[in-house]
Design a binder for this molecule. Sequence first.
Ligand SMILES: [Zn+2]
Length: 276
Amino acid sequence: MSERAAAAEPLTTPVLDAHAHLDAMALRSEVAADAAFVAGVMAEARAVGVHAAVTVGDTVASSRWCVAAAGEHPDVYAAVAVHPTEIAGLDDAGYAELERLARDPRVVAVGETGLDYYWDRTDPAEQQEHFRRHIALAKQVGKALMIHDRDAHDDVLRILREEGAPERVVFHAFSGDAAMARECAAAGYVLSFPGVVTFKNAPALREAAAVTPIEHLLVETDAPFLAPHPLRGRPNAPRLLPLTVRGLAAAAGHDVDALCAAVTATARRVFGIVLT
Ligand SMILES: [Zn+2]
């Protein structure tokens, strides 16, 4: 059987995928990450009501790829950063390149950046230092900050307080509980929910979704990772986002169309993305 899952039932109100790695999708499928690949991914997404995607860099090279892809495809926007597990060797020249990329008009966020205490690939103190530099960069270029927070909730929130959070903050693949969701919403942060919200073993995440005000919600694939139920473990793609949208709507008690409209309005406010 092919790894490739069928498309999800289409949504009736357009929405966008707030966080995907289109380059990593190509790598996982062992095909070239070229313009034809991206066009195909976005055509399949649009067919189910997913009209745009933010493709997110995790290294300088991948950030460069994301900006190029966003320049070529009107439905694709970019975020640029070096992921906390990839910071080894990131120096001033790397930051200069990130700043140049971040100023591109197709870049809507600095991310993903943050803290990852799950994989011990890089030193936590060093991660914190680089997270602070990414926060400063987001403020400097006036873009949203897109946060990766894995097993590091307290330190992420503390460093945001210490540095002074940028005006627009998105927690990508939000993984906190209801108490943290309340704290984030009170601080004005936006929470982007991944396919995990559909997993049987994630009741705490559904509780978090239920207490998050609708205008603080985004929804994402994190493709090719975090495929929603019943495709858990398979390669994820923007065309599968409707499964997560419906799961989030059910968890939070929202009408699916109302949720899509709210997410689209939030993406406009946070990223400046206008769906076409
Ligand atoms: Zn990601």
